[in-house]
Design a protein around this ligand. Structure first.
Ligand SMILES: [Fe+2]
Length: 235
């Protein structure tokens, strides 16, 4: 199925191979190089993931926040590693997230989880897409699950009728759906109506993923504007 159709009329999300792996490898290497962990000798993605899994929540938060200040072109790297797909969806002229996110999820039942939600809830425009890519293979349940577009929209309409936002039915998706297993080099793209989240997982390793939001610059914005977005033209 055509990716535009799949995202707008089909499942609402799709897993696809990253186009520019040279750039995406650079992105991962930049993460490994810049992330602050206690043992800095011979770092690779697995040793970093193991080290992070042993850190306290506060230390993980500090590392994540510090990382934001060193990796200033993460958004462009994410966008450019999938530029053909993005151009197909939105054209060359875009609004992209000013600072893409790097998210670290530690294993264990005591870790905070991203509850089931859809991106419009945080003011992302209905014309935006979200690109999410792990920096390693996902061979445990540390990934993210996505609920198909029809189920997501039906539930949203039902909630609206009942005056609810993220009511029990949305929250019950937590644990009911298994995260996708993905390989390093694959990414998931989804629209802002698709309900998604993650579940507690057990592993020796933390999960590390990057994500960025973008839309055509010709489409209306919602609540997110200059603070969150910047203009970017694909090369
Ligand atoms: Fe999200």
């Amino acid at each position: 199925m055509d990716i535009y159709k799949e995202l707008n009329e089909g499942l609402g999300y799709a897993i696809f191979p990253i186009e520019n792996m040279e750039l995406f490898n650079k992105l991962r290497d930049s993460f490994i190089e810049n992330i602050k962990i206690s043992s800095n000798s011979k770092k690779n993605i697995d040793s970093v993931r193991k080290e992070i899994a042993k850190m306290s929540k506060g230390e993980i938060n500090k590392s994540t926040i510090n990382f934001l200040t060193v990796n200033k072109n993460l958004s462009e790297m994410m966008i450019n590693s999938c530029s053909t797909l993005i151009e197909k969806l939105c054209g060359k002229e875009l609004f992209i997230q000013r600072r893409a996110y790097t998210t670290i999820n530690a294993p264990g039942d005591d870790q905070a989880k991203q509850v089931a939600h859809y991106e419009m809830i945080s003011g992302i425009s209905p014309f935006a897409y979200i690109l999410w890519a792990p920096l390693h293979d996902l061979d445990d349940d540390g990934g993210a699950y996505h609920i198909d577009l029809k189920t997501s929209l039906d539930l949203m309409k039902k909630e609206e009728a009942n005056g609810l936002v993220s009511g029990p039915e949305v929250l019950n998706f937590m644990g009911a759906k298994k995260p996708s297993r993905m390989k390093f080099g694959e990414a998931i793209i989804f629209n802002p109506f698709v309900i998604h989240g993650n579940i507690p997982f057990s592993s020796d390793c933390a999960r590390i993923a990057c994500n960025v939001r973008f839309q055509s610059f010709r489409k209306p914005l919602l609540q997110k504007n200059t603070e969150f977005l910047k203009y970017y033209k694909l090369p």
